[in-house]
Design a protein around this ligand. Structure first.
Ligand code: MG
Ligand code: MG
Length: 252
Protein backbone atom coordinates (compact mmCIF):
# COMPACT_ATOMS: atom_id res chain seq x y z
CA UNK A 1 0.00 0.00 0.00
CA UNK A 2 1.35 3.42 -0.94
CA UNK A 3 0.75 5.98 1.80
CA UNK A 4 0.42 9.75 1.48
CA UNK A 5 2.22 11.48 4.31
CA UNK A 6 0.64 14.26 6.37
CA UNK A 7 2.41 17.60 6.89
CA UNK A 8 3.36 16.48 10.39
CA UNK A 9 4.90 13.27 9.03
CA UNK A 10 6.73 15.13 6.28
CA UNK A 11 8.26 17.43 8.90
CA UNK A 12 9.59 14.37 10.81
CA UNK A 13 10.85 12.81 7.56
CA UNK A 14 12.59 16.11 6.83
CA UNK A 15 14.41 15.96 10.18
CA UNK A 16 15.38 12.28 9.65
CA UNK A 17 16.54 13.04 6.10
CA UNK A 18 18.56 16.00 7.28
CA UNK A 19 20.33 13.83 9.88
CA UNK A 20 21.27 11.41 7.08
CA UNK A 21 22.57 14.33 5.00
CA UNK A 22 24.60 15.69 7.90
CA UNK A 23 26.04 12.23 8.59
CA UNK A 24 27.28 12.03 4.99
CA UNK A 25 28.83 15.50 5.27
CA UNK A 26 30.51 14.56 8.57
CA UNK A 27 31.81 11.20 7.31
CA UNK A 28 33.26 12.61 4.06
CA UNK A 29 36.33 14.10 5.75
CA UNK A 30 37.34 10.65 7.08
CA UNK A 31 37.16 8.81 3.73
CA UNK A 32 40.90 8.45 3.09
CA UNK A 33 43.39 5.64 2.45
CA UNK A 34 44.09 3.72 5.67
CA UNK A 35 40.75 4.08 7.46
CA UNK A 36 38.75 0.87 7.95
CA UNK A 37 35.09 0.58 7.06
CA UNK A 38 34.39 -0.39 10.68
CA UNK A 39 35.90 2.91 11.84
CA UNK A 40 33.60 4.74 9.41
CA UNK A 41 30.67 2.72 10.75
CA UNK A 42 31.46 3.72 14.35
CA UNK A 43 31.85 7.40 13.42
CA UNK A 44 28.49 7.34 11.62
CA UNK A 45 26.67 5.51 14.41
CA UNK A 46 27.95 7.90 17.10
CA UNK A 47 27.05 10.92 14.96
CA UNK A 48 23.52 9.65 14.26
CA UNK A 49 22.95 8.98 17.97
CA UNK A 50 24.25 12.43 18.95
CA UNK A 51 21.54 13.85 16.67
CA UNK A 52 18.86 11.98 18.61
CA UNK A 53 18.27 9.31 15.95
CA UNK A 54 19.13 5.64 15.48
CA UNK A 55 20.81 3.95 12.49
CA UNK A 56 18.00 2.41 10.41
CA UNK A 57 20.08 -0.47 9.07
CA UNK A 58 21.53 -1.76 12.36
CA UNK A 59 19.81 -5.07 13.02
CA UNK A 60 17.53 -4.66 9.96
CA UNK A 61 16.89 -8.29 8.96
CA UNK A 62 20.01 -9.00 11.02
CA UNK A 63 22.40 -6.58 9.26
CA UNK A 64 25.37 -6.17 11.62
CA UNK A 65 26.51 -2.64 10.67
CA UNK A 66 25.06 0.83 11.20
CA UNK A 67 25.84 1.80 7.59
CA UNK A 68 26.57 -0.15 4.40
CA UNK A 69 30.10 0.19 3.04
CA UNK A 70 30.58 -1.22 -0.47
CA UNK A 71 34.02 -0.97 -2.09
CA UNK A 72 34.80 -1.06 -5.86
CA UNK A 73 33.00 -4.10 -7.39
CA UNK A 74 30.69 -4.30 -4.37
CA UNK A 75 27.31 -2.87 -5.35
CA UNK A 76 25.46 -2.59 -2.03
CA UNK A 77 25.11 -4.03 1.48
CA UNK A 78 28.85 -4.28 2.19
CA UNK A 79 29.38 -5.10 5.88
CA UNK A 80 31.73 -2.76 7.77
CA UNK A 81 34.93 -4.65 8.64
CA UNK A 82 38.64 -4.26 9.30
CA UNK A 83 39.29 -3.79 5.57
CA UNK A 84 41.30 -0.61 5.00
CA UNK A 85 40.49 1.79 2.19
CA UNK A 86 43.23 2.10 -0.43
CA UNK A 87 44.19 4.89 -2.77
CA UNK A 88 42.18 4.49 -5.99
CA UNK A 89 39.20 2.74 -4.36
CA UNK A 90 35.65 3.95 -4.60
CA UNK A 91 33.30 3.38 -1.68
CA UNK A 92 29.52 3.53 -1.68
CA UNK A 93 28.19 4.52 1.71
CA UNK A 94 24.51 3.94 2.36
CA UNK A 95 23.10 5.65 5.46
CA UNK A 96 19.67 5.38 7.06
CA UNK A 97 18.54 7.20 10.19
CA UNK A 98 15.32 6.91 12.17
CA UNK A 99 14.01 9.97 14.04
CA UNK A 100 10.86 9.66 16.16
CA UNK A 101 9.83 6.63 14.11
CA UNK A 102 10.48 8.15 10.64
CA UNK A 103 13.36 7.24 8.32
CA UNK A 104 15.70 8.91 5.88
CA UNK A 105 17.79 6.94 3.35
CA UNK A 106 20.64 8.17 1.17
CA UNK A 107 23.67 6.60 -0.48
CA UNK A 108 26.66 8.27 -2.09
CA UNK A 109 29.79 6.91 -3.77
CA UNK A 110 33.04 8.57 -2.78
CA UNK A 111 36.55 8.66 -4.23
CA UNK A 112 39.38 7.39 -2.02
CA UNK A 113 42.52 9.40 -2.79
CA UNK A 114 43.03 9.56 -6.57
CA UNK A 115 40.86 7.35 -8.78
CA UNK A 116 41.26 6.46 -12.47
CA UNK A 117 39.27 8.07 -15.28
CA UNK A 118 36.93 5.10 -15.73
CA UNK A 119 35.83 5.25 -12.10
CA UNK A 120 35.50 9.04 -12.35
CA UNK A 121 33.20 8.55 -15.31
CA UNK A 122 31.14 5.97 -13.41
CA UNK A 123 30.63 8.30 -10.42
CA UNK A 124 29.82 11.29 -12.59
CA UNK A 125 27.20 9.51 -14.70
CA UNK A 126 25.62 7.60 -11.82
CA UNK A 127 25.07 10.81 -9.86
CA UNK A 128 23.62 12.41 -12.99
CA UNK A 129 21.38 9.36 -13.53
CA UNK A 130 19.88 9.92 -10.06
CA UNK A 131 18.91 13.47 -11.02
CA UNK A 132 17.62 12.35 -14.44
CA UNK A 133 15.23 10.14 -12.45
CA UNK A 134 14.35 12.77 -9.85
CA UNK A 135 13.54 15.31 -12.55
CA UNK A 136 10.60 13.14 -13.62
CA UNK A 137 8.95 13.53 -10.22
CA UNK A 138 5.75 15.57 -10.10
CA UNK A 139 2.10 14.77 -9.45
CA UNK A 140 0.46 12.63 -12.18
CA UNK A 141 3.75 11.38 -13.61
CA UNK A 142 4.34 7.69 -12.94
CA UNK A 143 7.04 5.59 -11.29
CA UNK A 144 7.87 4.18 -14.75
CA UNK A 145 8.83 7.68 -15.91
CA UNK A 146 11.57 7.74 -13.26
CA UNK A 147 12.67 4.20 -14.14
CA UNK A 148 12.79 4.91 -17.87
CA UNK A 149 14.79 8.13 -17.43
CA UNK A 150 17.45 6.37 -15.33
CA UNK A 151 17.74 3.36 -17.63
CA UNK A 152 17.96 5.43 -20.82
CA UNK A 153 20.61 7.70 -19.34
CA UNK A 154 22.67 4.72 -18.11
CA UNK A 155 22.44 3.00 -21.51
CA UNK A 156 23.43 6.20 -23.29
CA UNK A 157 26.67 6.11 -21.27
CA UNK A 158 27.23 2.33 -21.58
CA UNK A 159 26.72 1.53 -17.93
CA UNK A 160 25.15 -1.67 -16.61
CA UNK A 161 21.89 -1.16 -14.70
CA UNK A 162 21.41 -3.38 -11.64
CA UNK A 163 17.85 -4.70 -11.84
CA UNK A 164 17.47 -6.92 -8.79
CA UNK A 165 17.63 -4.00 -6.34
CA UNK A 166 15.25 -1.07 -6.50
CA UNK A 167 14.28 2.21 -4.88
CA UNK A 168 11.27 2.27 -2.56
CA UNK A 169 8.81 4.23 -0.49
CA UNK A 170 10.04 5.62 2.85
CA UNK A 171 8.10 6.43 6.03
CA UNK A 172 7.70 4.67 9.36
CA UNK A 173 9.41 1.77 7.58
CA UNK A 174 12.71 2.18 5.77
CA UNK A 175 11.35 0.13 2.86
CA UNK A 176 7.73 0.74 1.87
CA UNK A 177 5.66 0.57 -1.31
CA UNK A 178 6.05 1.41 -4.11
CA UNK A 179 9.11 -0.23 -5.68
CA UNK A 180 11.07 2.27 -7.77
CA UNK A 181 13.04 0.22 -10.34
CA UNK A 182 15.96 1.71 -12.26
CA UNK A 183 14.59 0.32 -15.53
CA UNK A 184 11.17 0.32 -17.12
CA UNK A 185 8.66 1.93 -19.43
CA UNK A 186 7.38 5.49 -19.51
CA UNK A 187 3.79 5.96 -18.42
CA UNK A 188 3.62 2.71 -16.42
CA UNK A 189 3.43 1.96 -12.71
CA UNK A 190 1.77 3.85 -9.86
CA UNK A 191 0.91 7.53 -10.29
CA UNK A 192 2.91 10.00 -8.21
CA UNK A 193 0.86 12.07 -5.79
CA UNK A 194 1.66 15.00 -3.55
CA UNK A 195 2.86 13.73 -0.16
CA UNK A 196 4.33 10.45 -1.42
CA UNK A 197 7.87 9.87 -0.11
CA UNK A 198 10.24 7.72 -2.16
CA UNK A 199 13.92 6.85 -2.32
CA UNK A 200 15.37 6.85 -5.83
CA UNK A 201 18.65 4.95 -6.05
CA UNK A 202 20.38 3.99 -9.30
CA UNK A 203 23.11 1.33 -8.96
CA UNK A 204 25.21 1.40 -12.13
CA UNK A 205 28.18 -0.72 -13.19
CA UNK A 206 31.12 -0.05 -15.49
CA UNK A 207 30.58 -3.55 -16.88
CA UNK A 208 27.60 -5.87 -17.17
CA UNK A 209 24.49 -5.50 -15.05
CA UNK A 210 24.85 -9.01 -13.55
CA UNK A 211 25.37 -9.34 -9.83
CA UNK A 212 26.13 -12.10 -7.33
CA UNK A 213 25.76 -12.40 -3.56
CA UNK A 214 28.78 -13.28 -1.42
CA UNK A 215 28.84 -16.04 1.18
CA UNK A 216 28.21 -13.51 3.97
CA UNK A 217 24.63 -13.40 2.59
CA UNK A 218 24.72 -9.60 2.44
CA UNK A 219 27.36 -8.19 0.13
CA UNK A 220 26.26 -7.87 -3.49
CA UNK A 221 29.04 -7.65 -6.12
CA UNK A 222 29.19 -7.36 -9.87
CA UNK A 223 29.64 -10.75 -11.51
CA UNK A 224 32.47 -9.47 -13.73
CA UNK A 225 34.17 -7.56 -10.86
CA UNK A 226 33.63 -4.25 -12.63
CA UNK A 227 33.29 -1.20 -10.33
CA UNK A 228 29.79 -0.17 -9.27
CA UNK A 229 28.36 3.14 -8.00
CA UNK A 230 25.24 3.99 -6.00
CA UNK A 231 23.60 7.39 -5.51
CA UNK A 232 20.35 7.77 -3.56
CA UNK A 233 18.11 10.51 -2.22
CA UNK A 234 14.83 10.34 -0.31
CA UNK A 235 12.35 12.89 -1.70
CA UNK A 236 8.77 14.00 -1.13
CA UNK A 237 6.44 14.76 -4.04
CA UNK A 238 5.28 18.41 -3.88
CA UNK A 239 2.60 20.45 -5.74
CA UNK A 240 4.73 20.83 -8.85
CA UNK A 241 7.81 18.63 -8.39
CA UNK A 242 9.78 17.26 -5.46
CA UNK A 243 11.78 18.26 -2.43
CA UNK A 244 14.97 16.39 -1.52
CA UNK A 245 14.77 15.36 2.15
CA UNK A 246 18.33 13.99 2.34
CA UNK A 247 20.07 17.01 0.79
CA UNK A 248 20.75 20.43 2.25
CA UNK A 249 17.71 21.54 4.30
CA UNK A 250 14.73 22.73 2.24
CA UNK A 251 16.28 22.37 -1.21
CA UNK A 252 14.99 20.57 -4.30
MG1 MG B 1 19.95 3.45 1.06
MG1 MG C 1 17.14 2.79 -0.16
Amino acid sequence: MITIKSDREIELLRVAGNIVYQTHQYLKQYIKPGITTLELDKLAEDFIKRKGATPSFKGYEGFPGSICTSINEQVVHGIPSNRKLKNGDIISIDIGACYKGYHGDSAWTYEVGTIDDEKKKLLYYTERALFEGLNQIKPDNRIGDISFAIESYAKEHNLGVVKELVGHGVGTNIHEDPDVPNFGKKGTGPKLKKGMVIAVEPMLNLGSSNIVMLDDNWTIETEDYSPSAHFEHTVVVTDDGYEILTGAMHNG
